[in-house]
Ligand binder design. Structure first.
Ligand code: PLP
Length: 388
């Protein structure tokens, strides 16, 4: 390992996010028998409390897998080979989920998007209304598209699906929205919620989640895709009794206990308000710099991440490399279609005003050093919001 630079490294990507000291310390505890009563009590207690975070009365299933595993789990437990899935394109992550679905032998219908706006509920309703044979069995929606910083309106999507009178399941990826913005599995009528540990939950990567509605469980009874590692039944049992069908990452569970406590003690509404303020300050900086926000619809701005477009002829990856080299700060790359044209500032997880102010100072100094045309003073505009 190279010697780290002195001072605090700035991890300003939208996951993995900063690990609170309390969480890191908990993860240094000695290992525990994962089939013993202490682990069972720890895991069952966490599953119970996670319900508050997902706003559900249903069991929260925890898989030792990255978020991609939870995407796959949602699909293989509810669908059969050749079933149709409708994917509104929001950006790189809707694209990756679509690719997994196609790989599993599902029949993907995509609604093209411009990577600058959220899911269009009317477009979803139109496609569903024309699917009179009900070949489409699920709509796959990314709540917060991490690649573009656009948060879609899930209740509006649910309402459009109901209006179309179509029975497709609604699956929602909350991997970068959970604990950054309000999310309600039960009230919003979501059938399968998908999430991950390494973002708003302030944990390392390695855990991911599914929550299923009654309707999704019914679909599961007759679904025929092979489930393998991702079978729901033992995970539903584990959510109740804390006994996992394979070795769970015990240390991550220690960390999760602390992280869930931190979030619930802060209060979820306060957590969302903190994120909203950090996001607003970031956007004020971008507007102050006279740069462009990738999300073209202010109603859909993300609480978790802001993607920023650089003027033509300027390479966002070279800019990020300069900022890392000069200030020891990681900004997130543009992904897929927007690679090299945008960079992203993550502002979710264990983040406060001064951390963000430092990060935005690094961006402003980086813009200057890289010779990227911009107006000075974005940071000052952000400070006004952070200080309000
Ligand atoms: N969905 C969203 C919205 C994401 O942001 C990510 C990762 O950043 C994923 C899915 C994939 O999760 P993972 O990389 O943990 O497999």
């Amino acid at each position: 390992m190279p010697t780290p630079a002195p001072g605090r490294y700035f991890l300003q990507v939208p996951g993995p996010t900063i690990i609170p000291d309390r969480v890191a310390q908990a993860m240094a505890m000695p290992a525990l028998d994962h089939r013993g009563p202490q682990f069972a009590a720890l895991a069952a207690g966490i599953s119970r409390d996670l319900k508050q975070i997902f706003k559900t009365i249903h069991p929260v299933m925890t898989f030792p897998a990255s978020g991609t595993g939870a995407w796959q789990a949602a699909l293989v437990n509810t669908l059969s080979p050749g079933d149709g899935v409708l994917v509104p394109e929001t950006g790189h992550f809707s694209h990756l989920w679509k690719t997994i679905a196609a790989d599993l032998g599902l029949n993907v219908v995509e609604i093209p998007g411009d990577w600058r706006s959220g899911i269009d509920p009317a477009a979803v309703a139109t496609v569903l209304a024309s699917d009179t044979a009900h070949n489409i069995r699920a709509v796959l929606a990314v709540h917060n598209e991490t690649a573009t910083g656009v948060t879609s309106d899930i209740p509006a999507l649910r309402a459009a699906m109901d209006e179309a009178g179509h029975p497709a399941l609604l699956m929602v990826d909350t991997i970068s929205s959970l604990c950054a913005t309000d999310y309600r599995h039960d009230d919003w009528g979501v059938d399968v919620t998908i999430s991950g540990s390494q973002k708003g939950l302030m944990l390392p990567p390695g855990l991911s989640f599914n929550v299923a509605s009654e309707k999704a469980l019914e679909a599961s009874a007759s679904a025929r895709l092979p489930r393998g590692y991702f079978k729901w039944e033992p995970m539903l049992a584990a959510a109740g009794n804390g006994l996992y069908p394979y070795t769970p990452p015990v240390t991550l569970f220690y960390g999760m206990r602390e992280a869930v406590d931190l979030l619930l003690n802060e209060g979820l509404d306060n957590v969302f308000a903190r994120h909203a303020k950090l996001a607003a300050a970031t956007r004020a900086a971008v507007i102050g710099w006279d740069l462009e926000i990738q999300c073209a619809d202010p109603a859909r701005y993300s609480n978790a991440v802001t993607a920023i477009r650089l003027p033509e002829g300027h390479d966002a990856d070279a800019f990020r490399a300069l900022v890392l080299d000069k200030f020891d700060m990681s900004l997130a790359a543009g992904l897929g279609k927007v690679a090299g044209t945008v960079f992203r500032v993550g502002h979710l997880g264990y983040m406060n005003s001064l951390t963000l102010a430092g990060a935005l100072a690094g961006v402003e100094m980086g813009l200057e050093s890289a010779g990227i045309p911009h107006r000075k003073g974005g940071l000052l505009a952000a400070l006004d919001i952070l200080n309000a």
